[in-house]
Design a protein around this ligand. Structure first.
Ligand SMILES: [Fe+2]
Ligand SMILES: [Fe+2]
Length: 266
């Protein structure tokens, strides 16, 4: 039952197929963090490197595109739907800025005192090729498939919150692990909302089987690209065989919370 007491409908078959195709890739992304947290290669320096990259991502991939979209939409405002979209974009700017702030605070709290704070120079140095490859793939999907490219991007944003969920699991270990856990706890629920925006809203028009199939193809391609992006962000904690297994969807799928997404439990 929903919060209002209405019986919930089951998730559409297309959504269930989309989730089934993506859930092993979320598990592959989660495997990167699981390998990293206790890896011998993990140092204070490697933590600061991934945190700086995450800050770069929150600011340049999360905040700025929403600000640019807000600016563009404000200049061609046409309907009530546009106004609602403006509000959603403004909320998104605020939310992603808070994510940036959460990870930047961990960085600054744990950097060596002689190092400069996380500034524009460090952020500029913290872009990485595999993240640019993901951005290029998403741009191609938007150019070739319009609204479905944008939905695919929203659905794969945050990678089913796997980094944030994995980060939360560090709570209680002390030191920087507790700081990472607190930052991830701050972010995790927001990213669920951003993912769900990929399969909901947008005027509520029903998807055809072809629409769902296209969304599945695009999200799977982006999900594989995300695993390479995370593997590089964290300095390559997965060995070659494990990385191949992750990219090929060889890890047991993560369970998807259909009820939280507004549907009946499967
Ligand atoms: Fe974010
Ligand atoms: Fe987000």
């Amino acid at each position: 039952m929903s919060a209002g007491g209405e019986p919930r409908s089951p998730a559409p078959l297309g959504l269930r197929r989309l989730v089934a195709a993506n859930a092993p890739l979320w598990a592959g992304e989660a495997a990167v963090f699981r390998a990293y947290w206790d890896a011998p290669m993990r140092t204070r320096e490697s933590d600061l490197a991934w945190l700086a990259r995450q800050c770069r991502k929150e600011l340049f991939d999360g905040v700025l595109p929403r600000m640019q979209a807000f600016d563009a939409l404000a200049r061609r405002l046409g309907s009530e739907r546009d106004r609602n979209e403006l509000t959603a974009l403004a909320d998104g700017v605020q939310t992603e800025t808070a994510h940036f702030q959460a990870f930047a605070n961990v960085y600054d709290q744990w950097r060596p005192p002689a190092d400069p704070p996380l500034d524009a120079v460090r952020l500029a140095q913290s872009e990485w090729p595999e993240n640019l490859a993901l951005a290029a793939l998403r741009a191609r999907h938007r150019a070739e498939h319009g609204v479905f490219g944008r939905r695919a991007e929203a659905f794969t944003e945050g990678g089913y919150c796997t980094l944030y969920t994995a980060g939360c699991s560090l709570a209680g270990r002390g030191g920087i692990d507790d700081a990472i856990a607190a930052a991830c706890a701050r972010v995790v629920d927001d990213e669920w909302e951003h993912m769900i925006a990929g399969v909901a809203g947008f005027g509520g028009e029903p998807f055809s089987d072809e629409d769902w199939a296209l969304l599945t193809t695009l999200t799977v391609e982006q999900g594989r690209c995300r695993i390479r992006m995370r593997q590089a962000q964290f300095g390559g904690p997965l060995g070659p065989a494990e990385l191949r297994r992750a990219e090929n969807g060889g890890f047991p799928p993560l369970p998807f919370d259909f009820e939280r997404a507004g549907f009946a439990a499967p």
